[in-house]
Ligand binder design. Sequence first.
Ligand code: URA
Ligand code: URA
Length: 250
Amino acid sequence: MSDKSADLRLLLQRAIKAQIDLGMDELILTPIKESAPPRPDVVADKWPTDETKAPEVMMETPPLTQFETLEDHRLAICDCQKCSLGASRNKFVYGVGNTQADLMFIGEAPGADEDRIGEPFVGRAGQLLDRILAAIELSRQEVYIANILKCRPPGNRDPQPDEMELCFGYLHEQVRLIKPKLICALGRIAAQALLKTTTPLGKLRSRWHEFSGVPTLVTYHPAALLRFASYKRDTWEDMKLLKARYESMK
Ligand code: URA
Ligand code: URA
């Protein structure tokens, strides 16, 4: 066998094993496409986006300042002390990935590893997220990953409503600057915060919603998959939905 086909075989074996590890029993095979034409610029929505939503939406703090680039934004907010997590954090965890990503993943808040390193989803849940991305032929470099909260809640407790409220403008500005075409919310906390709802995750997943004018899908948090393997099947269904819409937009 030539070197090239041996490499290919190894790659395929790894990809298939990764999907089996994730509890998946079908393969996603995407046809190779010509490179996509440059996308037209998406017009950012004004905040709030939907006046028919619950009244608390209207109380959200709008982003006070609009920035030219993500890096300008990060530099302006990375010393934030608006809530008490500013005092206890190690590192401010802004976000990571392609600043012009078409697809953005939004999690809950940094954990211990993220707080130490300053990057979202680098711990065990993050490694599983990487495998989920690989299973739909995506990488951290291609997408953008951020959290609702930029600082770690002590002992990984749930984010408090006031913390999310104070931090939310930052995420909103990130979405305005990145202009993703699709968003995937990871877990209940992120999903409910983005969609301004108290509906349980199981009822939100597997269909499209909207955040800030961007089609938004909701699925289980990778940390939940580590604890409850039975969520893997549904997560895989959600990832297939996400991948299909992502491909259809190219
Ligand atoms: N869980 C999250 O929601 N976000 C992270 O960055 C890490 C774990
Ligand atoms: N419950 C949660 O809060 N998150 C999940 O991802 C799954 C169940």
